[in-house]
Design a protein around this ligand. Structure first.
Ligand SMILES: [Mg+2]
Length: 130
C-alpha cells in the first residue's frame, strides 16, 4: 500500500462515516397541541424510530435535526428520544470531524435524512398518517 493510499483510508475513515439526519416533530413523534409537549408516537413514527435504531446498530451516526432549541423544546425532544430508546448522537450539530473538514456550517450534513416535509413517499406517509 502506498503512503497516498494509506492517507486516503485515514482521511476517509475520519470523516466519511455515514450519517442519518432525522427530524423530530411529525417525523419521530406527533406534535402535541401545547408546544413544546411531545405527542404520542403513531405507527408511522414508530417505523421511523425502528429505522433510526437499525441504522445506529449498523454504525451510522444519528443527528436529530430539529427547529427545537435549548430552552425552546429541545429538552423535551431529548427526553422523548431517551424514553423511547431512540439513539441520538448529535442534536442540531455536525460531528466535530465534519466541522474540521467542511467548516462549521449551519446545515446538517447527512448521507440520508428523514423529514415530514420531504417530497416523496416517506414525506407523504408522514404527512398523511403522522
Ligand atoms: Mg417536522
Amino acid at each position: 500500500m502506498s503512503a497516498r493510499e494509506a492517507e486516503k483510508i485515514i482521511v476517509t475513515q475520519k470523516y466519511f462515516f455515514k450519517k442519518l439526519a432525522v427530524d423530530f416533530d411529525r417525523t419521530l413523534f406527533s406534535t402535541a397541541e401545547e408546544f413544546p409537549n411531545v405527542g404520542k408516537p403513531k405507527l408511522i413514527h414508530r417505523i421511523v424510530a425502528a429505522y433510526v435504531r437499525r441504522k445506529s446498530e449498523q454504525g451510522w451516526v444519528i443527528i436529530l435535526n430539529t427547529m427545537r432549541e435549548k430552552g425552546k423544546g429541545l429538552e423535551k425532544a431529548i427526553e422523548a428520544c431517551e424514553k423511547w430508546n431512540i439513539p441520538i448522537d448529535y442534536y442540531n450539530e455536525n460531528p466535530q470531524a465534519d466541522i474540521d473538514h467542511w467548516g462549521d456550517s449551519r446545515k446538517i450534513g447527512a448521507t440520508r435524512s428523514i423529514d415530514d416535509t420531504q417530497v416523496g413517499l416517506i414525506g407523504w406517509l408522514l404527512r398523511t398518517f403522522g
